[in-house]
Write a new protein. Sequence first.
Length: 339
Amino acid sequence: MKNCVLVTGGAGYIGSHTCVALAAAGFEPLILDNYCNASPKVLERLARISGGPAPRAIDGDVRDRALLDRVFAEHSVAAVIHFAGLKAVGDSVADPLSYYDTNVHGSLVLAAAMRAAGVRTLIFSSSATVYGEPDHSPIPESAPTRPANPYGRSKLMVEETLGDLCRSEAGWRIALLRYFNPVGAHESGLIGEHPQGKPNNLMPFVSQVAVGQRTQLTVHGGDYPTPDGTGVRDYVHVMDLAEGHVAALRHALAHEGLLTLNLGTGRGASVLEVVTAFERASGKPVPRTIGPRRPGDVPAYWADPSAARATLGWEARRGLDDMCADSWRWQSANPNGYA
């Protein structure tokens, strides 16, 4: 029980893969999820991957203080990994109050419940969106933070709040993980990304075109100052990301204070490079058309992950071909996700 880790949003895309990595590392994940962007069917899939029982799971909202107090009273939680939140940039622009309520208020309720329970180790799922439009790439942790949308601002607000908390009270062990573009799926094909409605990100959209759910991909902008004119991003395999969370957890358990790290590959790939790699992995054509740029998109950005390598001994091990092959294995075996 001393290895019990509360994983908020643990049934979601990154959370579920992190539960796999936690179990493999000898931790016991305890999932808290309201399933607004996840499926309880994930639990059975996690059991199949581990070969053991399904992780314990609680159906609930991170904003429910009474529920959190019961969870901490009834379970010997050693640490928390906090994924629970909303994550679509466009939706955050359309409905900012929901994003500040869920992402900011939810994190404040969680931190207060942790303090009351004497649990002071927290890994926070942040995002490279806190950087906004960077001055240059690769982007180090010291780069200016100037998020361009409510989603990014909500993440930065939580980062700043947790930093203030860590500086004001001794004993906190907090890691803020800013990751770039998570893609891929577990190599078993049993769990993967299952977006609700139209995908907001490139890889699930490409996957749905390849599997025949959508007719073509619209590439947003073909005239950027990049080698092929399409946007360049740092795509990181979700299992590398999951293992990064475990590495950060081990570090936080052994070191008091605040840690802020990028999780990325340190390499950029263009939209057309991703599409070509996916066609190669799937053996399927991905019809596409070039559309106009989207407001707010930047030509290129990728991480400087050297601090994570130096501090945690972590670096991304899986390449673009692995990301595409694992995405296709998941999508082709589960064309409708968990439905």
